[in-house]
Design a protein around this ligand. Structure first.
Ligand code: DOR
Ligand code: ZN
Length: 342
């Protein structure tokens, strides 16, 4: 049967998004709010979001940037090992997850965790478990760049075993080792980005260096991409779409020290539709991957949004307000036809 020319997606969710702050926030937040019903918003601002005022004020700035478009920013705190029960109880209603970064592993993560000794992390993790606050993890060690994520899997396993009631989301997984871990522990979940479903290290550095595809974790080997594709296209029930769309000004990417991050928010749904078409994957799986799985795992009810995509080859803009998107000036086979809010 030919693949449908028209695809309808209900309440798309982006379960890992960088919205930044200030002028950049005002520029890019409307792009996500246009096509997504909600997003898990990362806390790696400068300084990171670690208290109630910072979180509540940031949420208000996001809502202000988004205007009248229905869109739920699901807020996160930047993990600290010594958040106590009293603090987290007070925070509970304001947040959807806490994001753990190893210290210095990526953009604005200097204040992250430097020891993965379970006992050192216990105060926060015990309180999170009791309060049913999901833990989102940037899972990379400080080892060789291609091995960092696979080396982190034993840490995921220790966390999953020590806190069996804690929902642990392995963020932006890039390896077959992380995919395999999903099925070994009931409380391990994962987000997968758009770019890691499309590219390997060859696309980043196999020919001319392509800075706009440079991100953390770095794209891996073909067999890793295949493993990610398999669980995304089958909409494995523990896997959710999380773009990790991470805008940096064009000058910061096309520079001597290129910042890590791929900007995909405005083209994510179009490129996902193209990907599912290319692999002839069922449309109900796309719906589960971009929304239903996340609703179930996080227990969220985002505002209603119906996104209609049609098959109409369309060129991706060279930039969005000084930020270069993935697929800039290339054609995607699907375009957004209509968005019905409410
Ligand atoms: O490539 C990345 N960019 N990976 C991250 O983990 C952070 C992100 C950013 O904030 O720019
Ligand atoms: Zn991220």
């Amino acid at each position: 049967m030919p693949y449908p020319d028209k695809i309808l997606l209900n309440d798309p969710l982006d379960m890992h998004l960088h919205l930044r702050d200030g002028e950049m926030l005002r520029r890019i937040a409307p792009l996500s709010a246009h096509t997504f019903s909600g997003a898990i918003v990362m806390p790696n601002l400068v300084p990171p979001v670690t208290d109630k005022k910072a979180l509540v004020d940031y949420k208000a700035r996001i809502e202000d940037a988004v205007g009248n478009t229905p869109f739920s920013p699901y807020m996160t705190l930047f993990f600290k090992p010594d958040y106590d029960m009293a603090f987290l109880s007070e925070m509970r209603e304001h947040l959807s997850a806490i994001k753990l970064y190893p210290a210095g592993i990526t953009t604005n993560s200097e204040g992250g965790v430097s020891s993965f000794d379970i006992d050192a992390l216990r105060p926060t993790l015990e309180a999170m478990s009791a309060l049913e606050i999901p833990l989102c993890v940037h899972g990379e060690t400080d080892g060789f760049v291609m091995d960092r994520e696979a080396q982190f899997v034993p840490i995921y396993e220790r966390l999953a075993e020590a806190f069996p009631e804690l929902t642990i989301v392995m963020e932006h997984i890039t390896t077959k080792e992380s995919v395999a871990a999903l099925d070994r522990y009931e409380n391990l979940y994962a987000t997968i980005t758009l770019h890691h479903l499309y590219i390997t290290l060859d696309d980043v550095a196999g020919g001319l260096l392509r800075p706009h595809l440079f991100c953390k974790p770095i794209a891996k080997r073909p067999e890793d991409k295949e493993a990610l594709l398999r669980v995304a296209l089958e909409a494995h029930p523990k896997v959710m779409f999380g773009s990790d769309s991470a805008p940096h000004p064009k000058e910061a990417k096309e520079s001597y020290g290129c910042a890590a991050g791929v900007f995909t928010a405005p083209i994510a749904l179009q490129a996902l539709a193209q990907l599912f078409e290319t692999h002839d994957a069922p449309l109900e799986n796309l719906q589960a991957f971009v929304s239903d799985n996340a609703k179930r795992i996080y227990g969220v009810t985002p505002p209603k949004k119906e996104v209609v995509l049609t098959k109409r080859p369309t060129e991706v803009p060279a930039e969005y307000g000084g930020v270069v998107p993935m697929f800039a000036e290339e054609r995607l086979t699907f375009a957004i036809e209509e968005i019905i809010d409410g």
